[in-house]
Design a protein around this ligand. Structure first.
Ligand SMILES: C[S@@+](CC[C@H](N)C(=O)[O-])C[C@H]1O[C@@H](n2cnc3c(N)ncnc32)[C@H](O)[C@@H]1O
Length: 254
């Protein structure tokens, strides 16, 4: 039996990693990282220096796996993601079998928390259900970008008795704000989809590269700050070679 540790590492800052996650990290014999192309090197470098900071005498091997290419042109979005997950599961399983002796522990250092828009747990479940190998999966939570966003803006994501929706930039672009919801957290928006919304009556709390030296925060009425956010996003991307941003849209007149 092998063990797969799915460890939430927040934004890669040692201070934002829980002691439980740090203890799990110290048990890893092998640490897997994915090569996802643009920006991957910078994030994997943060994973490596986090390991060195939290496990100074650690001797885990770091193995970088090339990520399968996802079909981004397909009209069948869920089908394309399913095929990609299957391919990843097969690839991870092969590496786990080849690189990890029976009884060993491998770790995936998951950006933020595995519960938010991350495929690691889906892939781990696929490895188990496809019977590729005997695997125990452990999850150790981390601070998600949405929690850091709320903390940096000193706000609560929820309001009394209200619902919150988590969604993606793609859905916001295609479907607009969900009906009947006054608070929407948007991940994975490479296109500034907020800029296409009717802005009246909406506040935005936005953050890019949270928890890193290039962190930027902007908040306020959407009609006033939309343009500055688009500009700031472009600037952060240009200066760092990558940008990740997350935001809360809040109806002020529900
Ligand atoms: C694949 S999802 C992973 C989310 C991650 N599991 C989490 O808990 O934050 C990537 C998205 O998370 C958000 N994100 C991740 N890191 C971020 C950061 N440091 N600053 C702002 N947003 C971030 C962005 O919306 C990005 O497009």
């Amino acid at each position: 039996m092998r063990t797969l540790l799915c460890i939430g590492i927040g934004m890669g800052e040692p201070d934002l990693v829980t002691p439980e996650a740090a203890r799990a990290l110290a048990r890893a014999d092998v640490v897997f990282a994915m090569d996802k192309g643009r920006g991957s090197d910078a994030l994997n470098a943060r994973r490596r220096s986090l390991y060195d900071a939290l496990v100074p005498d650690g001797s885990a091997r770091f193995v970088t796996l090339p990520d399968p290419v996802r079909d981004r042109e397909s009209d069948d979005y869920l089908g394309a993601v399913g095929a990609w997950t299957d391919e990843r599961a097969e690839r991870y399983a092969r590496f786990l079998r080849d690189e990890l002796p029976d009884g060993g522990c491998a770790a995936f250092l998951v950006w933020g928390d595995p519960a938010f828009y991350d495929s690691t747990l889906r892939v781990a479940e696929e490895i188990q259900s496809a019977g590729y190998l005997d695997l125990t999966v452990e999850v150790h939570p981390g601070i998600s970008s949405v929690q850091l966003l709320a903390a940096r803006h000193s706000i609560s994501v929820t309001r009394v008795g209200r619902a919150v929706t988590f969604t993606t930039g793609r859905r916001l672009r295609d479907e607009g704000l969900p009906v009947g919801v006054d608070d929407v957290v948007v991940f994975l928006d490479g296109e500034c989809s907020f800029a296409g919304l009717p802005a009246a009556g909406l506040d935005i709390y936005w953050g890019a590269n949270l928890g890193t030296p290039s962190e930027v925060l902007i908040g306020g009425p959407l009609e006033k700050v939309s343009t500055s956010i688009v500009e700031a996003r472009g600037r952060v991307s240009g200066e760092n070679g990558w940008v990740m941003d997350v935001y809360l849209l809040r109806r002020t007149r529900p």
